[in-house]
Write a protein that binds this ligand. Structure first.
Ligand SMILES: NC(=O)c1ccc[n+]([C@@H]2O[C@H](COP(=O)([O-])OP(=O)(O)OC[C@H]3O[C@@H](n4cnc5c(N)ncnc54)[C@H](O)[C@@H]3O)[C@@H](O)[C@H]2O)c1
Ligand SMILES: O=C(O)C[C@H](O)C(=O)O
Length: 356
């Protein structure tokens, strides 16, 4: 018997006898991985990037092609995707890359995928807020999520397109309408706020940023970005001036890049880095690794708002545990009230866009 056929039989036997709680879907996923290995691809997960030819999409595609947890990488965009795909596909890493161009190929891009990363949409120019992107990006996210609901309803979705505070509620409403909504699987990516917070705090403390862990909660726009400097690891303290400087710099990190790029877009390279850091955490969770915890904007009961960013534990089914805020100091309590006010409006705007 061929090794692949043997492995298929072994998985089918083992999952039936050893772990009867495995769903048929989980067994199928394991079998697909064996098939992929038999065809020369690496074992791992199937990942699609929607908006793969853009400023974030291209470096994100490159970094995901380098990720050993990825076996199949689908790149989808409405322009320039064949070139990006040809380029990335020459990298001698394990993942098999396929490109998909235009709405007519969206379903093929999505079918069978386990993780979908969405950086599709327009970026800011100087003078704009993230909310100014709503009119264009809301429709893009709606269309892509309708495709996900139809073709890969069980996939984990990492949503990057701005304004995240509204696009996540839009995606949730699309999935609810389609009857496929699983709150654990819809994750708004706020990792760049954490990456920036770690960097800026490390600068002030004179530490290596890799040793620093700053929880950033709330949402992903201006005052809704709330770094919890009282909970920084390793434990440390800041003067009121340092707290004010760091909080403002973290909240305005996106604008700092938009202004420096002077009309040529917003953060792309640091965002691709943050997106891969986050996607890798999701894949480790899917693989069953224990203790994978990162911040994300998710369906939440931590506050009275339906969505909120906090630390979440990522597991086989997505965001399996949403952590509470922990003790806040007075500065953070004031920041939280301000964040919640702005967030409530942005969340409602997203929900109304679908319900109108
Ligand atoms: N969450 C975050 O922390 C964060 C950080 C940076 C940027 N962003 C957001 O990410 C988005 C993308 O930024 P960028 O710099 O890559 O922009 P970009 O314009 O360089 O790239 C966007 C890509 O999306 C594609 N696209 C447009 N409509 C599409 C559709 N219907 N289907 C598939 N692809 C489509 C475009 O063709 C383009 O290639 C923006 O909304 C930006 O604000 C979010
Ligand atoms: O600032 C932006 O518009 C892009 C992104 O949200 C960021 O934080 O860099």
């Amino acid at each position: 018997m061929q090794p692949a056929a043997e492995a298929r039989q072994r998985i089918a036997r083992l999952s039936a006898h050893l772990n009867p709680t495995n769903s048929q879907m989980e067994v199928n996923t394991m079998l697909e991985r064996v098939d992929c290995r038999a065809k020369g691809g690496s074992p791992g997960f199937k990942v699609a990037i929607l908006g793969a030819a853009g400023g974030i999409g291209q470096p994100l595609a490159m970094l995901m092609k380098m990720n050993p947890l990825v076996s199949v990488l689908h790149l989808y965009d409405v322009v320039n995707c064949p070139g990006v795909t040809a380029d990335i596909s020459h990298m001698d890493t394990g993942a098999v890359v396929r490109g998909f161009l235009g709405q007519q190929e969206l379903e093929a891009a999505l079918t069978g995928m386990e993780l979908i990363i969405i950086p599709a949409g327009v970026p800011r120019k100087p003078g704009m807020t993230r909310d100014d992107l709503f009119n264009i990006n809301a429709g893009i996210v709606k269309t892509l999520c309708e495709g996900i609901a139809k073709c890969c309803p069980n996939a984990i979705v990492n949503l990057i397109s701005n304004p995240v505070n509204s696009t996540v509620p839009i995606a949730a409403e699309v999935f609810k309408r389609a009857g496929t909504y699983d709150p654990k699987k819809l994750l708004g990516v706020t990792m760049l706020d954490v990456v920036r917070a770690n960097t800026f705090v490390a600068e002030v403390l004179g530490l290596d940023p890799r040793e620093v862990d700053v929880p950033v909660v709330g949402g992903h726009a201006g005052a809704t970005i709330l770094p919890l400097l009282s909970q920084v690891k390793p434990p440390c303290s800041f003067t009121p001036d340092e707290t004010e400087y760091l909080t403002k710099r973290i909240q305005d990190g996106g604008t700092e890049v938009v202004q420096a790029k002077a009309g040529a877009g917003s953060a792309t390279l640091s965002m691709a880095y943050a997106a891969v850091k986050y996607a890798d955490a999701c894949l480790r969770g899917l693989r069953g690794d224990a203790g994978v915890v990162e911040c994300a904007f998710v369906a939440s009961q931590v506050t009275e708002l339906p969505f909120f960013a906090t630390k979440v534990r990522l597991g086989r089914t997505g965001a399996e545990e949403v952590y509470q805020l922990g003790p806040l100091n007075e500065y953070e309590r004031v920041g939280l009230e301000k964040a919640k006010k702005e967030l409530a409006t942005s969340i409602q705007k997203g929900i109304s866009f679908i319900k109108k």
